[in-house]
Design a protein around this ligand. Sequence first.
Ligand code: ZN
Length: 180
Amino acid sequence: MIRPICRMGNPVLRNVAQEVSVHEIKADGFDQLIEDLKDSMDHYGGIGIAAPQIGVSQQVCVIELNGLNRYGQEINLPFTVFINPKIKILNDEMKGYWEGCLSVPGLRGYVERPQHILVQYLNQNGEESELEAKGFLATVIQHELDHLFGKLYVDRLKDPTLLSYQEEFEQFDLSNQVLE
Ligand code: ZN
């Protein structure tokens, strides 16, 4: 079911979400949450979505990346569910991308994040899992995980001036600005 998206200003986006137990993962209703996240992500055109964005304060997020990103890099991650995820930074070298967010519609902002990480999490079956990620995928994962801890990308702008409306972002070709 497609759910309405909570936007910046809604306190649910600023809470630290609750961890989910294996018991809860196996309980009735949990699959419905995953389905609602997928339906909502697809409907609103996101590449990832976190449970707090549909008003559910639980540590669950999903990501699905198919093909080229807007930087022309080929990135593929089949639909993946991350429950109670924790990040280890494998290399703290930072790389910046212009991020967007369903909860901050119509805007883009430039954020730098570590570009090589390991995520440890429970999968949809409650099994311990891990995923090593680099580059744009590492950024997407960190963006979604932030939602589980009350953070939005706008809190992490490299510089407060590096925030733009989507239309102006395209009109003035901001994605081509090299920012080091
Ligand atoms: Zn977001």
